[in-house]
Design a binder for this molecule. Structure first.
Ligand SMILES: [Ca+2]
Ligand SMILES: [Ca+2]
Ligand SMILES: [Ca+2]
Ligand SMILES: [Ca+2]
Length: 438
């Protein structure tokens, strides 16, 4: 493409080139070094609902369920006092239980417990954030209520940053967390179980000598009910994109993680170079159905030292469906990319954010035509590291939102009106240098 060559070629000739030699002897590397910081048994995306049972010592028992059935039998007699329970106030399936305990010294303690009923949907895991370089490789997972459901160090003793994405790779219906490292270590992709938090699998997505990092997207590319792992080489690598088959990595007959496959390249559904293989600009990746044919397409953007060249690769035949420059052709700070059908017309929009040394400008394109629909600068810091972007339903109103991350702040904007609908500070206040998320 002359469009591409004119800028990428120039930037590539200016230097910043690292060699990335692909070999076919990549192997799955069992790695159990993942460290779970908090309760490893905490589940993600599940919450007690429907019914709960509270038993008080003595003969008093209270059963509370979503349909507000309350049974109180007998009265409780405790040596040091008495306890009485009354269940009240059932509103739209939510039951409030009030327990009054009278201690032996005459003091009274009242405890009120609210149990969500059937009409209160359980929180769902929405996204994962990974710390950018300069921090330990901390990953945090958040649900739609803004609650942190888990956190762990994906790459112990590594401070090059971590890319994180979620998707049900194992097939148990709960989203798992998939990570790729930032620059500075081997291209080790890891899968952490969404239920247990345990590291299930790790493999080198590219030649183990490559140190540019791995960009990650997760989606069910072949529509077999298992999320697949899409990787793009990090900065300084070739623009090599691979799609790893989730079902191949976790065969159901073997049980989750029971048998490590002999080599990740045996489970590649598809691979290609997003740009000319001689331009070592890496590839950032996103997935959505841009052309509305029901097959997920792969959208790519170059990393640092590449031009702002967006490409959409058809999921049906792998050809380039659309391509355009998202920003001034001279901008070479790298572009972050995400996609989703914001306006509900059956075609995914492509959202871009400026990388390093830019002004953080976010743009929305009609992916089907490449036409720009909107551009804006997110709320928040005056000085921007970069605008990392994602598309998902942040406020759970049924419509996907544009979600922008910069420094230590997430801002969500309604996909149709562009009005800010919410936000979150994903890391502690001392966090510096940004984060990746999806
Ligand atoms: Ca799949
Ligand atoms: Ca498609
Ligand atoms: Ca659309
Ligand atoms: Ca929404």
């Amino acid at each position: 493409m002359s469009l591409w060559r004119s800028t990428i070629g120039a930037s590539a000739r200016r230097g910043h080139i690292r060699k990335n030699v692909e070999r076919l002897d990549e192997r799955i590397v069992p790695d159990t070094t993942g460290t779970v910081i908090n309760d490893p048994t905490s589940s993600m995306g599940t919450t007690p609902s429907g019914s709960s049972t509270t038993t008080t010592s003595g003969s008093s028992s209270t059963t509370t369920s979503g349909s507000s059935t309350t049974t109180t039998s007998g009265s409780s007699t405790v040596t040091t006092g008495s306890s009485s329970t009354s269940a009240t106030n059932t509103t739209q399936g939510t039951t409030t239980t009030t327990t009054t305990t009278t201690g032996g010294n005459g003091s009274t303690t009242t405890t009120t417990t609210t149990t969500p009923g059937d009409s209160t949907p359980p929180p769902v895991v929405q996204y994962a954030v990974g710390a950018d370089g300069g921090n330990f490789a901390l990953v945090r997972v958040y649900d739609n209520t803004g609650a942190k459901t888990s956190e762990f160090i994906a790459y112990p003793n590594f401070k090059g940053g971590v890319h994180a994405a979620i998707g049900d790779v194992t097939g148990d219906g709960v989203a798992d967390i998939i990570t790729g490292p930032g620059p500075g270590m081997k291209p080790l992709v890891k899968v952490f179980d969404g239920v247990t938090g345990q590291q299930l699998l790790s493999f080198n997505a590219y030649d183990p000598s490559f140190r540019g990092g791995v960009n990650i997207a997760v989606a069910d590319m072949n529509n077999d009910g298992r999320a697949d792992i899409i990787t793009g080489a990090g900065d300084g690598g070739g623009s090599h994109v691979k799609v790893f088959d989730g079902k191949g990595l976790f065969p159901p007959e073997g049980g989750v993680g029971a048998t490590l496959p002999p080599g990740p390249d045996n489970y590649i559904l598809r691979q290609f170079f997003a740009y000319d293989a001689k331009y070592l600009v890496g590839a950032r990746v996103a997935v959505a159905d841009v052309n509305g044919d029901g097959k997920l397409d792969i959208i790519t953007a170059p990393g640092t030292n590449g031009g702002p060249h967006i490409r959409v690769f058809s999921g049906a035949d792998g050809t380039i469906y659309r391509e355009w420059f998202a920003y001034d052709a001279k901008f070479s700070g790298g572009v972050y990319v995400a996609a989703g059908d914001l306006n509900g017309d059956g075609h995914a929009e492509v959202v871009t954010g400026m990388g390093a040394n830019g002004i953080g400008q976010v743009k929305v394109f009609d992916g089907n035509s490449g036409r720009q629909l909107r551009e804006f600068t997110p709320d928040g810091a005056a000085v921007r590291v970069s605008s990392r972007v994602s598309v998902f339903d942040f406020d759970m109103d049924g419509d996907p939102d544009i979600v922008v991350g910069d420094l230590n702040q997430i801002n969500a904007y309604d996909g149709k009106t562009y009005v800010r609908t919410g936000g979150l500070t994903p890391f502690d206040p001392t966090h510096i240098g940004g984060f990746f998320f999806s």
